[in-house]
Design a protein around this ligand. Structure first.
Ligand SMILES: NC(=O)c1ccc[n+]([C@@H]2O[C@H](COP(=O)([O-])OP(=O)(O)OC[C@H]3O[C@@H](n4cnc5c(N)ncnc54)[C@H](OP(=O)(O)O)[C@@H]3O)[C@@H](O)[C@H]2O)c1
Length: 290
């Protein structure tokens, strides 16, 4: 029986990137819908549920993407809500790659440091979809997370969203000019840049002087890179005593994770892969083989 992936994309044009990865991950057919709104979801999902018998439903799965994470979360909530046993199909949310990217970065940090409990982690440019996911996952690991934004009200909004979504308590800070950075990084073990593509967020001299720093991750792949001195392909390179990961150093694992998750959607019909479940898959992938 052919593996069918229903792609529900909140953006007008369904992501070609997501389609290519879906085929590479083993989907036989990707049925793509763009501009999907909450009101559209029920009937699209019903098209999956009532066309194959319950024992074959693991051959149909749903992918939710698009450039807007909040919209993706709403589509996911409706999709989960309209399914009922035994009429269920597995489903994954990865709007703009934010879940798989954030998880890949967090798992690299976990591998480097082990237990994150009580360690201060700073997520720069943390108000975007990737940064919010990173902040939530690090806080779930017990890290003391500070998320930064150029604007205080944006930072506070993101802080409240992350706390509610992940049931954690993170802090936030305003980072509008370089003079504020020293205080934000004071005592930090982890620094991760989730700022927009093509923006340098930190000069090298500004982070190398923080002797408590152990890990620096830059997710921006577009020049100028986000953390000066961290290179695109860094994947655990130690620079000035800090273990560094660049956007490709994280991105290679992100792609592997993305494909693995799609493969797993077709193994059963009741998976819901959002940030935490995707993190579990990633941790399995890096766990030592017994
Ligand atoms: N390596 C990978 O596989 C991969 C995959 C996906 C994404 N990414 C990268 O991950 C990063 C985060 O992605 P995202 O989609 O969450 O980012 P985003 O939403 O585009 O931007 C994140 C935040 O950056 C801040 N920002 C925007 N313009 C800025 C400027 N001129 N100066 C300083 N800050 C600015 C904004 O925060 P405030 O307005 O609140 O300050 C914004 O909320 C991006 O660099 C993206 O390219 C990497």
């Amino acid at each position: 029986m052919r593996k069918l992936l229903l792609q529900l994309d909140s953006s007008r044009l369904p992501s070609v990137f997501d389609q290519v990865v879906a085929y590479d991950a083993g989907a036989d057919v990707v049925m793509s819908y763009g501009g999907v709104a909450e009101a559209d979801v029920r009937d699209l999902i019903y098209g999956c549920l009532f066309t194959r018998g319950p024992k074959d439903l693991h051959n149909t799965a749903v992918w939710i993407g698009g450039s807007n994470m909040a919209a993706g979360e709403q589509l996911l909530a409706v999709a989960v809500d309209v399914m009922f046993p035994p009429f269920r199909v597995s489903i994954m949310l990865d709007s703009n790659g934010s879940n798989t990217t954030a998880v890949a970065a967090v798992v690299k940090i976990e591998q480097t440091l082990g237990d994150l409990k009580g360690k201060k982690a700073v997520v720069l440019g943390g108000t975007g979809p990737v940064g919010q996911r990173v902040a939530g996952l690090l806080a779930k690991d017990g890290a003391l997370v500070t998320l930064s934004s150029r604007r205080a009200e944006q930072a506070e909004k993101a802080r409240q969203f992350v706390n509610a979504r992940f049931n954690v308590r993170i802090d936030c800070a305003t980072y509008a000019d370089a003079s504020q950075l020293a205080q934000i990084l004071d005592g930090a073990t982890i620094m991760l840049n989730a700022g927009a593509a093509g923006i340098q967020m930190v000069a090298k001299a500004a982070w190398t002087k923080h002797k408590t720093l152990k890990v620096a991750v830059d997710l921006n792949a577009v020049p100028p890179l986000g953390l000066e001195g961290v290179e695109l392909n860094d994947a655990g390179v130690v620079r000035d005593g800090v273990t560094t990961f660049g956007a490709f150093g994280v991105g290679n694992f992100k792609t592997k994770l993305h494909k693995e998750c799609i493969g797993r959607l077709f193994t059963r019909n009741d998976l819901v892969l959002d940030a935490e479940a995707i993190a579990d898959v990633a941790r399995e992938l890096v766990a030592p083989k017994s």
